[in-house]
Design a protein around this ligand. Structure first.
Ligand code: 6PG
Length: 244
């Protein structure tokens, strides 16, 4: 049973304030499991677009420890660093070693980065796949303390086209953006890519990120705090799950 305080903002954002990480993990795990169950038996299957970063890892481990048939599920990423899939910085690697490492069976994984194919061709392939896919059942986003979400970094080359495009994915060069760490070359989901998702969630932890979120809600400027685009652009309200 969740003890979260839930409130709805005027921009259509549902904010779930959890007492601690344990409650956040339980609520989000349950919500994702429900999406997977709801898609069972559907002809088109269920597409989950998931984030990298550290915040969702306990959720992936908890879900991945359950024995379940996910043969109707396709898992892909909201963003990827331009690295090989076996590298420690790879978000694909993160999913393979957490969510998909356990007894879940049958899930299909769509990688984003293939260094042999080239960045532009990978973005084109990701867009082609999403055009032919059903609307995502879930887009799960994270946020950095700099207000980036997916790989939409303020000041990065490619941010403005990515915010404006009708394509689901775009390439971004975040060289010079501290939040991108050692991985400036990225493929990212765009607002067009998450707009028609059946559910969108944003997972954040800590007082600083809550302040950044509140600032984004006040300033309403996705070029300065790209997370605003996630709060602002979606057919369904976004569920923000926060814990201290
Ligand atoms: C990435 C992530 C990124 C992440 C945030 C939050 O590949 O860099 O997808 O967008 O979600 O940086 O990361 P933490 O959860 O580790 O704070």
């Amino acid at each position: 049973m969740s003890n979260a305080v839930v409130s709805m903002t005027s921009a259509g954002t549902r904010i779930h304030l959890h007492a601690d990480e344990e409650h956040l993990i339980a609520a989000v795990t349950q919500a994702i499991a429900a999406i997977v169950e709801a898609g069972r038996g559907s002809i088109q299957g269920t597409l989950l677009l998931l984030s990298g970063g550290s915040t969702p890892v306990p959720v992936y481990r908890t879900l991945g420890a359950r024995s379940a048939d996910w043969s109707h599920v396709t898992v892909s990423l909201v963003d990827e660093r331009w690295v090989r899939a076996d590298s420690a910085g790879s978000n694909e690697n993160l999913l393979r070693t957490t969510l998909l490492a356990g007894p879940i069976c049958g899930a299909q994984l769509w990688p984003l980065a293939d260094l042999d194919r080239g960045l532009a061709a990978c973005v084109a392939l990701a867009n082609e796949r999403l055009r032919a896919a059903p609307p995502p059942g879930l887009v799960l986003l994270g946020m950095g303390e700099d207000g980036h979400t997916a790989s939409l970094f303020a000041g990065s080359s490619g941010l403005l086209p990515a915010l404006a495009t009708h394509d689901s994915y775009a390439a971004v060069d975040a060289s010079g953006c501290a939040g991108a760490g050692q991985w400036p070359q990225r493929i990212t989901l765009t607002p067009a890519g998450w707009k028609n998702a059946q559910q969108r969630m944003l997972l954040i932890r800590g007082g600083r990120k809550r302040q950044v979120l509140e600032q984004a809600q006040r300033d309403r400027d996705a070029t300065a705090l790209p997370v605003w685009a996630a709060l602002d652009q979606g057919d369904a309200p976004i569920d923000v799950h926060w814990c201290p």
